[in-house]
Design a protein around this ligand. Structure first.
Ligand code: DHB
Length: 322
């Protein structure tokens, strides 16, 4: 495939880290093995995000644990944190960082706070990852509430996390908050903790089933898993609300349902500084980044040819009555 150079239009800085292309993979799909991470390095993805890692290797949940509904454009997954264990990712990051200029974002999802702190300390001491994305919103651990929903203890959890910062900025992967007031409370907590960025949103809990025989689309948890894909308006609303509360103080990476260049623009208008792709990347592979590069430029050329930077779109929601 003929690959064009990345247009300077796309350059952004997130938490002090320069991205020549602010469109990259979400943690989860196709980013667990070294080969998959290498493929991301070779692709046009603007960064390499790892599968969320735990202290030890995990085989994950029984199969099938991922499904895709083509008509509804949504996926359901309950992978159960299948990953190589954090020490493997420490080695992979060392090898990757010597062969790529792209930001490397390590996603961390310990089974408890102590595990999180051990893993964070290790990556901070190594100092090679570009960003750490602490996943406090994994929905698929049996019997465990997502840390990011435990609002009474969230300030203390974030304080423990941020106290470990050395040179690598740290952000939080958040779940979907259905209540506006709850989201505002979370925004204040994140600000007080001085997190370096947020990624929003993780998948939304849901179910797909076959109406003929009632079979659920995935096996774990009676078919209940995290839905991605057709969640764009919900995730976009989270980005816009956090952006309003933060007033530019904390950068936001938008995640959820992006399929084309217009969707990317929607996220920047809502306040994002970068975007991640889950379902679309899972279904169509690394070529999606090249496609989005072209689609965003085509959109810009058609509608706003005077724009020199994707950031010209940032935080530009306007009133329909105006
Ligand atoms: C898994 C799913 C998630 O949405 C997440 O944030 C972390 C892990 C999983 O099932 O592997």
């Amino acid at each position: 495939m003929l690959s064009t150079a990345i247009n300077p239009f796309f350059k952004v800085v997130i938490a002090g880290v320069e991205f020549s292309f602010p469109i990259f993979n979400a943690s989860g799909p196709l980013c667990t093995s070294e080969e998959e991470l290498h493929n991301l390095a070779e692709s046009k993805s603007g960064a390499i995000v790892t599968k969320s890692c735990t202290l030890n290797y995990r085989q994950g949940n029984a199969l099938p644990r991922y499904s895709y509904n083509e008509n509804g454009f949504f996926s359901v997954n309950s992978t159960g944190l299948a990953n190589l264990g954090w020490l493997e990712y420490l080695d992979i990051v060392e090898r990757l960082s010597s062969t790529t200029d792209k930001p490397i974002i390590v996603s961390i999802a310990g089974m408890n706070m102590a595990d999180n702190l051990t893993i964070i300390r290790g990556f901070q001491e190594q100092g090679l990852a570009s960003l750490l994305e602490i996943n406090l919103s994994c929905p698929n651990i049996a019997g465990k509430m997502e840390v990011a929903f435990e609002l009474d203890t969230l300030p203390e959890s974030l304080e423990q996390i941020m106290a470990l910062k050395k040179t690598i900025p740290m952000g939080i992967k958040l779940p979907y908050y259905p209540s506006r007031l709850m989201l505002e409370r979370v925004a204040r907590i994140l600000e007080a903790a001085q997190v370096d960025f947020i990624s929003t949103t993780n998948s939304l809990t849901g179910l797909d089933l076959n109406p003929i025989d009632g079979k659920s689309s995935i096996k774990p948890n009676n078919g209940i898993g995290g839905c991605g894909g057709n969640i764009l308006p919900f995730a976009l609303g989270q980005v816009a609300q956090f952006s309003q509360h933060f007033g530019g103080k904390i950068p936001i990476i938008g995640v959820g349902g992006i399929r084309n260049g217009e969707d990317v623009i929607r996220y920047f208008r809502a306040g994002a500084s970068g975007v991640q792709l889950g379902t679309h990347f899972m279904e169509n592979g690394p070529g999606v980044f090249e496609d989005l590069h072209q689609q965003v430029l085509d959109f810009r050329d058609l509608h706003h040819p005077q724009y020199k930077s994707i950031l010209n779109y940032q935080n530009t929601i306007s009133d329909p009555a105006e």
